[in-house]
Design a protein around this ligand. Structure first.
Ligand SMILES: C[S@@+](CC[C@H](N)C(=O)[O-])C[C@H]1O[C@@H](n2cnc3c(N)ncnc32)[C@H](O)[C@@H]1O
Length: 236
């Protein structure tokens, strides 16, 4: 499915996108029952992941999975290319609802167009990084997390977006990834999971919350002897 694209070509996607959509925001507009729904996401919104991804890949090299394509794909593609790992992106639409690109970004970028629930039926890899920013309904994200967490490499990192919206009205039920919905419930559940450590940045696209989940490597002596798992087991 992937095509061979030079690094120069890959980086020029960003330039093309800037020219097409402007340099400050990505825009999505849709007619709905109350008029025109308009979503604007500031460009450069994934700056935290941009800094962290090369470090994560340095210590836990492996493939990347992304649910919800867009500007995030450009960040992942850049670092996957540099680290010689594959990027698997899934969305209902190639390039995502912001139409950020219209073909795979480099050799090693595999795009699945369809629902995440169908993508996970076909995906059989063990990624180092997973990014969940598709449909923001707890039931859907729960399916994604339940599938990917056991497959995530030890010390691998899962990012979830829209997990800490500023206003309560942002938690109204989601359709197609248009608002944060109840993604925060997945964060709360992961915060109680002794297999992982969880940290949430309030800053991200529209300051809706970006959660980082690092999966414990149970082979580490710390987790075998003193870690949270053992403490919980002793209490049980
Ligand atoms: C908030 S946007 C993602 C933004 C993107 N990460 C970016 O950097 O621009 C949510 C995306 O999820 C996609 N989506 C919605 N429901 C989905 C589903 N069930 N499976 C996969 N993708 C879905 C939408 O088409 C939309 O592009």
């Amino acid at each position: 499915m992937a095509t061979i694209v030079s690094k120069e070509r890959m980086l020029s996607f960003e330039k093309e996108c800037n020219e097409k959509y402007g340099t400050d925001h990505l825009r999505f507009e849709k007619e709905c029952e109350h008029g025109t729904l308009s979503i604007r996401i500031p460009r450069g919104t994934w700056d935290i992941m941009d800094v962290l991804i090369p470090k994560i890949l340095k210590y836990r090299r492996g493939n990347i999975v992304e649910i919800g394509m867009g500007e995030s794909s450009l960040i992942f593609a850049k670092h996957a290319f540099d680290a010689h790992v594959n990027l698997y992106s899934c969305d209902l639409k190639l390039g995502g609802m912001f139409n950020v690109f219209d073909r795979e970004l480099f050799d090693g970028h595999f795009c699945y167009v369809g629902k995440s629930e169908d993508f996970i039926k076909e995906f059989d890899g063990f990624p180092a990084i997973v990014f969940l920013d598709g449909e923001h309904r707890y039931e859907i994200i729960k399916k994604e997390v339940d599938f990917f967490l056991p497959r995530l490499l030890p010390d691998g990192v899962m990012f979830l977006h829209d997990t800490m919206p500023i206003y309560e009205y942002n938690t109204k039920p989601d359709k197609d990834g248009l608002n944060p919905g109840d993604a925060y419930r997945m964060r709360q559940e992961l915060e109680r999971n002794p297999e992982v450590d969880v940290f949430t940045w309030p800053f991200s696209a529209n300051d809706m919350g970006l959660t980082m989940v690092i999966k414990h490597d149970n082979e580490r002596p710390y987790w075998r002897l003193n870690g949270r798992n053992n403490a919980l087991q002793e209490k049980a």
